[in-house]
Design a protein around this ligand. Sequence first.
Ligand code: F0G
Length: 444
Amino acid sequence: MRAYKAKAVERIELPDREAREHYLREAGYNAFNLDADAVFIDLLTDSGTGTMSDEQWAALLRGDESYAGSESFQRLESAVADVMGFERIVPAHQGRGAENVLYGALISKGDYVPNNTHFDTTRAHITNAGGEPVDCPIESEPGDPFQGNLDVDGVRELASEVGAERIPAVVVTITNNSLAGQPVSIENLREARTVANDLDARLVIDACRFAENAYFVTQRETEFAGESVADVAREQLAVADAIVMSGKKDGLANVGGFVGVRADDDELYEQARQRGILYEGFTTYGGMAGRDLEAMAVGLREAVEETYVESRVEQVAELGELLQEVGVPIRTPTGGHAVYVDAGEFLPSIPHEEFPGQALVCALYREGGVRGVELGELAFPGTERDQLVRLCLPRRTYFRDHLEHVAETFAAVAERREELPGYEIVDEPEMKELRHFSAELRPI
Ligand code: F0G
């Protein structure tokens, strides 16, 4: 049951088929190039696209826009301390700003940084700081409860290859966005803590979706059965030396982020603070307006409310079930923020070099005005990964009939799947790693 009702609404419209075909062509068959008002159900991302509560809107008016010493900053600081257990923060305009602040302070040229799986901006900022990001996901089977876990032995192996002194930080991303939004257990986080101690490295948690992860822990990890999401949310972060946060996810805000540091880690705090001033803005606003600080302060407290987070994760599962009912192959169990569809399996006649994921993204828009994102050959050129499409649910935004529309759209695509074309790239940027944002394609 959704634990909220609508108080403000936004009109959405499904353009007719001819218009959708036209918009898709104009967009170079890349959904990032579509105008948002041409999209009916937008499942591109859960980042900054959610619906704020009435309490958040009310808090906006309280925003203290002082350059230094803003009261809004103090309210955010208290919220982070209460909800996440970090007493000191360096605010940033969004998650990647926080990554730049923290990783620039922690990493030197020639360092290695293991992570259960790096999100693309994390990878880019570690590389930018001179480090080498190394993915260490565990091997798992479909149905395993914590497929997002870090391969702790993999981290030890890396250390024996490159030397522990070359690993300044071990990172764990909760939930694991690049691995189908799968959760990480507290048992695994404790093991990560032990490895970090052994290597004399800091343990950093990318906490973007910390509330969703905490909910999974209460549901799947015996030790925490029956505990509140709020308690587990703090418990899972208690092992970390630092956190990076995008408020656009479980901050339930449209913008914002921060680095969290321990009260006694003066050295790291000071380094992060100076980088924050350089790249983001003074320490009491960090690239956010005072009202944005307020919205996130309220949002963080709401994110760990049982009724909110349960309905959030259940809605993702509900979309997964609706899709499975019409025969769509998805990653199971569903993760915290998105359903990941196996486009390679759904469209077996399209070889991976013809971008089956992108073919599915285009077909979903053409059939039903639904926008998802390809995470396969187009987004990750030359890797042997599965051809996935991510359908990401904005928080507190869509209702069951929207999800049913998505499932009906898939059913319509399935009926025509033999006729669907593969795609080829006609234009792509020099930096291939970022090509899925701007490449132009055409049907073959
Ligand atoms: N870390 C993770 C795990 C993320 O998922 C993201 C963003 C970031 C860091 C960067 O945060 O966008 O506020 O700068 N993920 C979004 C997504 C963009 O669609 O998955 P940001």
